[in-house]
Design a protein around this ligand. Structure first.
Ligand SMILES: [Cu+2]
Length: 144
């Protein structure tokens, strides 16, 4: 391989790799359900991966909340349960849906008084180290 071809290949790899990851991720329909009292809020959204690599959602943070976790809801014998999960997969060309009675964000200890209609930014962290800030619309307990 000539020196020039090696440089071009290296450049191509750098450019190609820099476009993978969060650059291929689009968030949509992001909203948070506020619950009364000290109950944690629940966050929902769709994450579309238009890239050719599988991506994993591995962390969530927001300055609007003291803590944010990834959760999965399930139902066993008519009893609703949920558990914390470490990471969620978004397949190449696929969509991850966080929705009521499924995967969701659990947001604890709001740092300010929150009202339906407000917006809060939540930053999603992915396995390749990239971060995607997403604006969530706040709704009341009925989802309005
Ligand atoms: Cu939960």
């Amino acid at each position: 391989m000539t020196g020039m071809r090696r440089i071009l290949l290296t450049l191509w790899l750098v450019l190609y790799c820099s476009t993978s990851g969060a650059a291929d991720l689009t968030a949509r329909q992001a909203w948070i359900r506020l619950l009364p009292g000290d109950l944690p809020a629940a966050g929902y959204l769709e994450l579309v991966n238009s890239g050719t690599n599988r991506v994993q959602l591995v962390g969530v943070q927001s300055t609007g909340f003291g803590a944010v976790e990834l959760h999965e809801s399930s139902e066993q014998s008519g009893v609703a349960r949920m558990r914390r999960v470490d990471r969620l997969q978004i397949p190449a060309g696929g969509t991850l849906r966080l929705k009521p009675r499924g995967y969701h964000l659990m947001l604890f200890r709001p740092t300010a008084k929150l009202q339906p209609g407000d917006r809060v930014t939540v930053t999603l962290e992915f396995s390749d180290g990239t971060r995607l800030p997403v604006e969530f619309l706040l709704r009341d307990a009925t989802g309005q």
